[in-house]
Design a protein around this ligand. Structure first.
Ligand code: SF4
Length: 94
């Protein structure tokens, strides 16, 4: 399975052909690295809750959220936040 760049996810190492870049070395420690990447682009509230529960256990949640905010990643669950939550946070810190 493959996603366009906008939908690539850190946890998709084992599922996608996304190289671990120098800008995201923390990816190897992510709690989602062996999870289904589709979960992190949820279509239902249940899927979103499952993704967020995985994020809650992730040792690199802060790094992931910082990356998502800096890169203005619009889609998916990143850094323990849904798309809507990240948009709200981005507005607050702008
Ligand atoms: S915070 Fe969530 S999306 Fe980010 S690397 Fe960790 S588990 Fe994956």
């Amino acid at each position: 399975m493959s996603y366009p760049v906008a939908k690539q996810h850190t946890g998709a190492i084992g599922l996608l052909s996304v190289p671990i870049t120098e800008e995201r070395p923390w990816v190897v420690f992510s709690a989602c690295r062996d999870k289904d990447a589709d979960l992190f682009f949820p279509e239902t509230a249940t899927q979103e809750r499952r993704a967020l529960a995985i994020c809650a256990t992730c040792p690199v949640q802060t790094e992931c959220l910082e990356y998502a905010l800096e890169a203005d990643v619009r889609y998916g669950v990143w850094g323990g936040m849904s798309e809507k939550q990240r948009r709200r946070l981005a507005r607050q810190i702008a």
